[in-house]
Design a protein around this ligand. Structure first.
Ligand code: SAJ
Length: 438
């Protein structure tokens, strides 16, 4: 048995080892039916496995059992409806026994930027009651390094009658692994199947058993490692993207000062065979890239200097955009500001941690003008904006026709259809290079 630790990674020793140690599954339980759990549950069910989805929210459970969904994701409604109608997926509040449990609960940040693992702990306590010898538990929630070991301790405390990998010797009752989700919001159902997975086990046997779970629906490769490496892989991927977006955002500020078109600059620099600069924007949003780097910073605060600086650069970019709009509004009597886009990125209706929402809310609350907001993916403004008298949801044409300042916040494809005539004689703040590419 190979134990996890700094010095050792898990390597499959014999060619038939994976086949010999693989596990089969009649019932899989997914704990937490949000943006990752629900699509995962639907995909596993579509592969002919009984899936028990568990969520603490009664409304979520009732919605899913009606074959409907409570979140926004492309084609998820169809996948869930099929899974429920065929009887392969049911949702419940209190866990029931299963062969494997996949934990996909939130791991938010506390106010001081420290990770909050309380949902994982609650999930551990909830499933501990129904654990049986031979079960597999896979943690998927984005988590700081060392979280799978913590999960093991919480489970072991609840179930002293069972043996766990760290202290179980040769007779392990419960197998534990970490396998981060890596899917792109807006394309989740496809990426769940096509992306490679990194499967970290507390032992190599745990990793192999977890791999056999993902082999049910993953067409990409499943790479075996230990839990600490798998945990860090997820954080690294998102911190890498955050740092690279920060580089683009910092360039956009420098170029504004030096009167250089940043979009043209990046296009030309990217013609170098080893340069690939990402796009500046109004800041970094969503529930992952702006949050996960903090898990690294919190674990190694003194040495995570670049990752920390990137967070500041990306957060400050939204403040910079707000200042640009305020400056533009200053000389105008009764300014009318068209704000194009509210979602956290293009072509989806997901408003979670959206820099566009933050910018629009700040402008509306500061009374810097009347805000005409165009967001084709929503029918009503989010609660942060809906009670503000100077913020109104309108069509893109209404916004453009009736404004003197235009702020391009999210480069939705739908905005491409607007007539360029509507832009004439207006002050344009284009955070996406939508109209400034030449
Ligand atoms: N953004 C830029 N410039 C860019 C690219 C993105 O400003 O060049 C902004 C977007 O507008 C958005 C934010 O960054 O506000 C994040 O968008 P994204 O498309 O980079 O990423 P997410 O949050 O939708 O999904 C990421 C993905 N991670 C990576 O690409 C490394 C996804 O694979 C992860 O599964 C997901 O985080 C997650 O759940 O962790």
């Amino acid at each position: 048995m190979v134990s996890c630790g700094k010095e050792s990674d898990h390597k499959v020793r014999a060619t038939n080892e994976i086949e010999e140690k693989a596990m089969s599954f009649n019932t899989v339980s997914v704990i937490g039916l949000g943006y990752i759990g629900l699509p995962t549950a639907a995909i596993i069910a579509s592969n002919g496995i009984n899936v028990i989805g568990v969520d603490i929210n009664k409304h979520t459970v009732e919605t899913i059992n009606k074959g409907e969904i409570h979140i926004v994701e492309h084609d998820l409604d169809i996948a869930v409806r099929n899974a429920v109608q065929t009887g392969m997926l049911k949702a419940i509040i209190t866990p029931e026994p299963a062969d494997a449990f996949i934990i996909t609960v939130p791991t938010p940040l506390k106010k001081n930027h420290q990770p909050d693992l309380s949902y994982i702990k609650a999930a551990a306590i909830a499933i501990a009651a129904v654990l049986e010898k031979g079960n597999l538990i896979v943690l998927e929630s984005t988590s700081p390094v060392g979280s799978t070991i913590k999960l093991e301790r919480w489970l072991a405390k609840e179930r002293p009658d069972l043996t766990f990998p760290t202290n179980g010797g040769e007779n392990i009752d419960i197998n534990l692994a970490y396998c981060p989700e890596r899917v792109l919001p807006g394309n989740i159902l496809q990426e769940l199947v096509t992306n490679d997975r990194v499967v970290g086990g507390l032992t190599i046997d745990c990793a192999i058993k977890a791999k056999s779970l993902y082999d049910i629906f993953v067409k990409g490769e499943c790479h075996i490692t230990n839990t600490r490496t798998a945990e860090m892989t997820k954080l690294t991927e998102n911190a890498y993207r955050d740092v690279n977006i920060a580089f683009a955002n910092e360039l956009s500020l420098i170029c504004d000062e030096l009167d250089v078109n940043v979009w043209n600059l990046i296009r030309l620099a990217n013609r170098h065979p080893r340069v690939s600069i990402l796009k500046p924007g109004p800041g970094v949003g969503g529930h992952c890239i702006a949050i996960d780097p903090w898990f690294i910073i919190d674990s190694a605060p003194k040495i995570s200097k670049l990752i920390r600086a990137a967070r500041d650069v990306n957060d400050n970019k939204s403040e910079w955009v707000i200042q640009k709009v305020i400056e533009a509004a200053e000389g105008i009597d009764n300014p009318k500001i068209a704000c194009l886009g509210l979602s956290f990125k293009a072509n989806i209706g997901d408003l979670r941690e959206s820099p566009a929402v933050k910018i629009v809310a700040s402008l509306a609350k500061g009374q810097f003008g009347n805000l005409l907001i165009a967001e084709p993916f929503i029918k009503k403004l989010p609660s942060l904006l809906e009670d503000l008298p100077n913020a109104k949801l309108v069509t893109v044409n209404e916004a453009l026709e009736n404004s003197n300042i235009i702020v391009m916040l999210v480069n939705h494809r739908a905005f491409k259809e607007c007539s360029s005539l509507l832009l004439e004689n207006k002050t344009i703040i284009d955070t996406q290079g939508f109209w400034k590419q030449s």
